[in-house]
Design a protein around this ligand. Structure first.
Ligand code: NAP
Length: 338
């Protein structure tokens, strides 16, 4: 059965918008639209977080009894086949009499996948609308499913001669306003933000995302790595999302963040923590702001990252190069398989 391609594509765009109304957390953001056989929207739904109905079930609940018979469900993620805190969506769609299901992204979960097969076995026509956007909205969640940890971006600002700070440790500000505005957008796009105690003690950062100069944007949860005490009057103590502290065991800490639904981490400093993440192979993406200035001295952007001979160098792939005011942004990914 071919369905109604125009109505289904439109419904998928709408389902993506609905998905983004849901919170980022341990469960994926999912949206669903139910279409009548002639392509009218009968109901819409989205997932509001762990323990609440899944998007398909939420959309079905908006319909009158029996209205779903012969209808099409358009969903951003393959309906689950798993009984957790809620029942399997594949079964709910079958029970409601849905005759066609269109989804964008396959469910990668070991226990939750298989919904499409179950629907097909129940006589439902199932199609996958292969679209990159459907995957993009849950890219970080998919990363967590694959690796068990958040996706990590390591950021630093440096002088052209590769220094993160002047000899006395002062580093605010190496870069100009355009680069700093970009950093605030990046902070807002991540679930959590990490610094070491060295940066807290040297710079007393607020670690808020001040997009357009205001703190209205979504705020990342600050995480301070290290054993030294955070001063009682440190600015981070006034962060709107509180703060977490973390040990030197980076991998274990990352698993803990993912378990709490934090899917992406922005590592903001300084050289010790950045080197530890890179050295441990836990940096997925680098964002480096190059300022046209020279600082000289001992404060290099990285120290030991486990490279003792040239064969061990950490090769990068540059994914973006952009001028921001007088500074340059270089984005790169590390070359490894996940
Ligand atoms: N240019 C930039 O982008 C930038 C950004 C941030 C900071 N900075 C500058 O960097 C300087 C501070 O440098 P920093 O290297 O001391 O700061 P840092 O990397 O933020 O903090 C270092 C601390 O992190 C803790 N830590 C936690 N887990 C660790 C692990 N697995 N391995 C190693 N350390 C771990 C340790 O704390 P404990 O000793 O408490 O255990 C360590 O002393 C300041 O001058 C600041 O202005 C520059």
């Amino acid at each position: 059965m071919a369905g109604n391609p125009t109505a289904e594509r439109g419904a998928m765009v709408r389902a993506r918008e609905l998905a983004l109304r849901g919170p980022r957390g341990v469960n994926p953001q999912v949206g669903a639209v139910i279409l009548s056989p002639d392509g009218r929207v009968l109901g819409e739904g989205w997932h509001r977080g762990a323990g609440t109905p899944h998007a398909e079930v939420d959309a079905l609940s908006r319909l009158r009894p029996d209205e779903a018979r012969g209808a099409t469900a358009v969903v951003t993620l393959e309906p689950c086949n798993h009984t957790g805190r809620t029942g399997p969506c594949a079964a709910a769609l079958l029970d409601a009499g849905i005759s066609r299901v269109v989804f964008a992204c396959a469910d990668p979960g070991d226990v939750s996948s298989g919904g499409a097969d179950r629907l097909r076995a129940g006589g439902v026509d199932v199609d996958r609308l292969d679209e990159a956007e459907g995957e993009a909205i849950i890219a970080d969640w998919l990363f967590v499913q694959r690796t068990g940890r958040p996706r990590v971006t390591v950021k630093w600002a440096q002088s052209l001669d590769g220094r993160a700070a002047a000899a006395d440790g002062t580093s605010q500000w190496i870069t100009g306003p355009e680069a700093r505005a970009h950093v605030h957008r990046e902070r807002s796009a991540h679930d959590a933000i990490a610094v070491g105690t060295g940066t807290v003690l040297a710079d007393d950062p607020q670690l808020t995302a001040r997009v357009d100069g205001t703190p209205d944007a979504p705020q990342p949860v600050p995480v301070v790595f290290g054993t030294r005490a955070i001063p009682a009057d440190a600015a981070i103590r006034r962060h709107p999302r509180g703060h977490r502290t973390a040990s030197h065991d980076l991998e274990r800490e990352l698993f803990g963040l993912a378990a709490d639904g934090l899917q992406s981490l922005y590592v903001e400093g300084g050289p010790t923590l950045a080197s530890a993440f890179i050295g441990a192979g836990l940096a997925d993406r680098l964002t480096i702001y190059l300022a046209p200035t020279l600082l000289g001295g001992p404060r290099t952007v990285l120290d030991d990252i486990g490279v003792s001979t040239i064969d061990e160098q950490r090769r990068l792939t540059v994914t973006r190069l952009e001028q921001l005011g007088r500074d340059l942004l270089v984005e790169a990914t590390t070359e490894k398989e996940h």
